[in-house]
Design a protein around this ligand. Structure first.
Ligand code: NAD
Length: 529
């Protein structure tokens, strides 16, 4: 057996594979041509983020059975090309979670006791015993935003400091939070209660700039903010102002909007403790990533055991082709509903009608879950791992199929049961292979599930369409289609808008706010598919 390690990895990873009597060629920095030549006889390839595993490279490796990414993101690997060849792609998510969690705690302690300032003044020859007065963490409230792999580890550690912990994470069940002794609250409640807020959520269209001036103003006076997640979650100018005004007492930052920060406005503030994106940079995290990756490769090549797979749906190529349009529909329905709800999703109900009742439901459930999770998780969610991710997060899945005839040959119905109610969408595939929404919250409304959609719920009265149209026109946003439906509870409108550079300037928060201010409108949201 031959394994190529093409990027720098701790020696222990290669040793683990050599112990099997395998040939391991571990050298970083080869040219693409060199790597192609070396891959001619390789069974496995391990990379970090530097090596581009593209279709050409895969084509040059006739024996290759597994590509492993020592880390989380697999953007540098052509998953489709690998899947077409039957090559397993795997990764090692979460191997650095403890390191990041410990760093978040380090920042929290550094803020509470002004450790960097005290150290700097000592180095300056001063003895500022009186001015550097701290506060205990004991008894304070820590608000965790995101209770995924890292958030959970921070919770465990903060409990040792006797802090009270609340968390906001709409995609985690109350039971999982309860098991961690963490109270799930709304984002507003978290901001009102927390003395420390620590961010552990991914950067997505929905979370970018989450901590802007308005949100910071809603936080408790004297709050301290810790960010080891992604810089763009915070509006840095807003944070600098909130610190200068005294509303925010301090910030511990490992990540920045631009890295390194273009302007040092924030990092120069005495209330800010800053580190250069080093939360995951520990010897242990590097070791663990390498060992975990090598172990998964060994298990697969030695005994066919699949762990941490990110590709590879287990159906025949023929069935996959038949299901493909419905996989796309299911994913879009999941993503559509996920973007319409800010509440905690407790259960997903998926029902198949018509021909689909007899097909491979595993892939369709996987696709709905991929749609639900892709926008909210930092790791790669695929048809292979979506179900186990749902299980880890305590999300209940109820599947059913119905033989009741509907207007379509096949139809998928998805219902999200959330902490505050239900969201329900149904879709069908229209010729030629176009996924369409056909029903929303019980109201018939038909529109392509594609591009940017503004979803409006309003009381059924004249004039609403006109007002919406006027607002969109004023913002120079082109309407592609305007679908309407009427039900007992009111009307539903889905406006498909062109957000390309040519005809419109896109849909911003200001435009949505204007639509929300129309008296008949109860809800307006933008969904990007
Ligand atoms: P994860 O996917 O395990 O957890 C993210 C959590 O955020 C999930 O539970 C998800 O449900 C939740 N979430 C998503 N949208 C949310 C929202 N709008 N409000 C509240 N919660 C929301 O990810 P993780 O491995 O714990 O990573 C967390 C963050 O840390 C990510 O941003 C990741 O990029 C970052 N990270 C930073 C470093 C570093 O070196 N500083 C290293 C690793 C990870």
């Amino acid at each position: 057996m031959k394994v190529i390690i093409a990027d720098p990895l701790p020696l222990s990873a290669a040793e683990l594979l050599r112990a099997e009597g395998w040939t391991v060629d571990a050298r970083a920095g080869r040219s693409a041509a060199e790597l192609q030549a070396d891959l001619g006889a390789a069974d496995g390839l391990i990379v970090r983020s530097a090596t581009q595993v593209d279709a050409d490279l895969i084509a040059a490796a006739p024996r290759l059975r597994v590509v492993a990414r020592a880390g989380t993101g697999v953007d540098n690997i052509d998953l489709d090309a690998a899947s077409r060849r039957g090559i397993l792609v795997l990764n090692a998510p979460g191997a650095n979670s403890i390191s990041v969690a410990e760093h978040a705690c380090a920042l929290m302690l550094a803020l509470a006791r002004s450790v960097p300032r005290a150290d700097a003044s000592m180095k300056d020859g001063r003895w500022e015993k009186k001015t550097l007065h701290g506060a205990e963490l004991r008894g304070k409230c820590l608000g965790l935003l995101g209770l995924g792999r890292i958030g959970r580890e921070v919770a465990r550690r903060a409990q040792a400091f006797e802090m009270r912990i609340v968390a906001h994470d709409p995609y985690i069940s109350a039971q999982i939070a309860g098991d961690l002794d963490v109270e799930l609250v709304t984002l507003d409640a978290l901001c009102e209660q927390a003395d420390y807020i620590s961010l552990h959520l991914p950067s997505t269209a929905g979370t970018r700039g989450l901590f802007d001036s308005a949100r910071l103003a809603r936080c408790k006076r004297g709050v301290r903010i810790i960010n080891t997640a992604r810089g763009d979650l915070i509006d840095e100018g807003g944070l600098a102002d909130a610190i200068s005004s005294g509303h925010v007492a301090g910030a511990g930052l490992d990540v920045f909007d631009t890295e390194p920060p273009a302007v040092a406005t924030l990092t120069h503030l005495p209330e800010v403790v800053a580190t250069p994106h080093i939360a995951a940079s520990t010897k242990e995290a590097q070791e663990l990533v390498g060992l975990e990756t090598a172990t998964c490769v060994r298990e697969y090549l030695r005994s066919g055991v699949v762990r941490n797979a990110v590709n590879f749906p287990s159906v025949s190529a023929e069935e996959f082709k038949r299901l493909q349009p419905y996989v796309s529909l299911a994913e879009r329905l999941g993503s559509f509903l996920a973007q319409l709800t800010e509440d905690r999703i407790e259960c997903v109900g998926i029902r198949y009608y018509g021909d689909l009742a007899h097909r491979n439901h595993d892939m369709l459930v996987g696709a709905v879950l991929v749609g639900l999770f892709r926008a909210v998780l930092s790791s790669t969610v695929t048809l292979v791992n979506a179900r186990s991710i749902a299980q880890q997060r305590g999300l209940e899945i109820i599947e059913s199929h119905s033989t009741r005839p509907r207007n379509f040959t096949s139809l998928i119905s998805v219902k999200l049961h959330t902490s505050s109610g239900e969201h329900w969408a149904e879709g069908a595939v229209f010729e030629p292979q176009e996924p369409r929404l056909v029903l929303l919250d019980g109201v018939e409304v038909e529109t392509p599930l594609d591009g940017a959609l503004i979803v409006i719920r309003n009381s059924d009265q004249p004039g609403v369409i006109g007002e919406v149209g006027t607002i969109l026109g004023r913002h120079r946003v082109n309407i592609a289609t305007f679908a309407l439906g009427r039900g007992a509870e009111g009307a539903v409108g889905v406006v498909s808008v062109e957000t390309g550079s040519g005809s419109s300037q896109g849909v911003g928060a200001e435009l949505l706010d204007e639509i929300r201010r129309i008296p008949a409108v109860r809800q307006a949201a933008i969904v990007q598919l």
